[in-house]
Design a protein around this ligand. Structure first.
Ligand code: GUN
Length: 289
């Protein structure tokens, strides 16, 4: 079997079209464009690229972008008061603080300070709790994007064995909640998993989000599986690779995401969709449709 490659750029483009159309419809009803504040602290090169991509996507869709750059030496209290200012600014719909934070800054406290209705990353405990209780409001972007990719290939979820590698707050945990909500039987593996290969061999749907190049070997893949590789790793020669051995996996899987061009574009697309959703939450009751 040779896997079909899932083209994240094409699926993301469809999400962009929906968001763009909705923003135009809002404008024709006299509603302002959604507004997203992106907060970048310090100068981590990878974070700079991710934030640049998010700001460029805003520009492309007609979302108002408020770029905020703070030094790596910013004290926690100053960062929290910046968030308070954005929380109380009624012209701001979404607040994104790029992670990881440098130095001693406490990301859990920062995330909890963001108003849940402006938490377009979906990381606030309120939004994660809503997802856990099957009443999602703003959903974490990467797992939500993976669900859109899976739906794009007609993936079935009820009773299917889904295995997630990695238990991070950003991807692994909310991914488990998404797949559980869709009716899959979910296994989460992590650094203390005793026999990773044995768990992976059972997976009909495999999502890998660890950040270790080549962690998952091609001959571990269950024939016919759908494999979603969330890892993005820069190799010494400059190439970007995922967490899954691509060539070996392609021989066994039915579907496989590439790196780059798989999950990555979906994260930004879902952020744009969340920003639009947040703007809807902020429309007056008479404007809401
Ligand atoms: N760092 C890595 N992924 C993300 C993300 O989706 N959102 C934010 N804010 N930071 C990240």
């Amino acid at each position: 079997m040779t896997a079909k490659i899932i083209d994240g750029k094409t699926v993301a483009a469809r999400v962009y079209t929906l968001v763009r159309t909705d923003i135009a419809a809002r404008a024709s009803r006299g509603l302002r464009p959604p507004a997203l504040a992106t907060v970048l602290i310090g100068n981590d090169p990878a974070s700079e690229i991710y934030v640049r991509n998010k700001r460029a996507a805003c520009q492309e869709l007609g979302i108002r972008s408020l770029p905020i750059e703070l030094s790596a030496a910013t004290p926690q209290a100053q960062l929290l008061s910046e968030i308070d200012r954005l929380n109380s600014d009624s012209s701001v719909d979404g607040i994104l603080v790029q992670l990881p934070l440098p130095g001693v800054l406490d990301s859990a406290a920062v995330i909890e300070r963001i108003r849940p209705d402006k938490d377009v990353d979906g990381f606030h405990p309120y939004n994660v709790g809503r997802l856990a209780q099957r009443i999602p409001l703003l959903r974490p972007c990467t797992p939500a994007g993976v669900m859109v990719l899976l739906e794009s290939i007609g993936e079935k979820f009820h009773g299917r064995q889904a295995v997630i590698v990695g238990a991070s707050n950003i991807v692994g945990r909310p991914m488990a909640l998404e797949l559980l909500r869709a009716g899959a039987v979910v296994t989460i593996t992590h650094r203390f998993t005793r026999d990773l290969r044995a768990d992976i061999e059972k997976a009909e749907i495999l999502v890998v989000a660890v950040g270790k190049p080549g962690l998952v070997k091609g001959d571990w893949i269950r024939p016919g599986a759908t494999v979603i590789d969330v890892g993005i790793n820069r190799m010494p020669d400059g190439r970007l690779v995922g967490d899954v051995e691509f060539e070996g996996t392609k021989e066994r899987a039915a579907y496989l995401t590439p790196v780059p061009g798989g999950v990555g574009p979906m994260t930004v697309a879902m952020l744009m969709q969340n920003t639009l959703a947040a703007a809807r939450l902020h429309d007056g009751p008479t404007e809401r449709s």
